[in-house]
Design a protein around this ligand. Structure first.
Ligand SMILES: CC(C)(COP(=O)(O)OP(=O)(O)OC[C@H]1O[C@@H](n2cnc3c(N)ncnc32)[C@H](O)[C@@H]1OP(=O)(O)O)[C@@H](O)C(=O)NCCC(=O)NCCS
Length: 169
């Protein structure tokens, strides 16, 4: 399987990512301005894109396979969003992006990483549990689709960017 490469998200990505976000999150997707605002705050944000080589016949072009974003105001980092195109799910692309954003949060001085995940999204919950995130709180009917928001937290031992990647077992 060809591994995805990661790069920073840039303004030229926003139109595509807004469309993808709408397809993945529906009524809970972000408006375009939200991505514009997030990218305008690099001191506390890092947004990344996962890319794969484009299909045969497209030269050296790459295709976007996923995106993810971090807000970090030490000592707390927040995974703001993460999404992978349905046709590229199950290849470890979300894990690669999470690895990068957790390492980034550690570099920026985070001690805890927080995120919210819908109670109706067992696939994402499983991904986070595998990383050691714990479910610490529930926000009832947090999402516009009426589902609860599960608040999850990963405690980071100090100065160990490599210690938080997925348990290979
Ligand atoms: C959740 C999501 C980001 C996972 O992306 P992904 O690239 O497929 O995930 P990975 O391939 O890195 O796999 C990570 C974990 O997801 C789960 N997973 C992967 N493929 C799966 C599949 N086909 N069926 C069920 N679970 C699967 C597994 O827990 C996997 O870990 P494991 O392989 O070690 O068991 C992706 O499904 C997605 O974008 N969903 C829609 C948007 C969304 O829900 N985002 C999260 C909001 S909190």
């Amino acid at each position: 399987m060809i591994p995805a490469t990661l790069r920073d998200m840039v303004p030229a990505d926003i139109d595509f990512i807004t469309e993808l976000d709408r397809a993945l999150f529906g009524v809970d997707s972000w408006p375009r301005e939200m991505f514009v605002g997030e990218l305008s705050q690099p001191e506390t944000r890092r947004y990344i894109i996962a890319e794969l080589p484009a299909a045969v016949g497209h030269g050296n072009a790459k295709q976007t396979a996923g995106y993810a974003g971090l807000m970090c105001v030490p000592p707390i980092g927040d995974i703001q969003t993460i999404g992978v195109l349905p046709e590229f799910e199950g290849r470890g692309i979300a894990r690669a992006m999470l690895d990068e954003l957790i390492a980034e949060a550690v570099r920026r001085g985070a001690e805890d990483i927080m995120l919210e995940v819908s109670s109706t999204n067992p696939r994402a919950q499983k991904l986070y549990l595998r990383y050691g995130f714990e479910h610490i709180h529930t926000r009832r009917r947090y999402y516009r689709d009426g589902s609860d928001g599960l608040i999850m937290r990963l405690r980071l031992p100090a100065n160990s960017a490599d210690a938080h990647t997925k348990d290979p077992s």
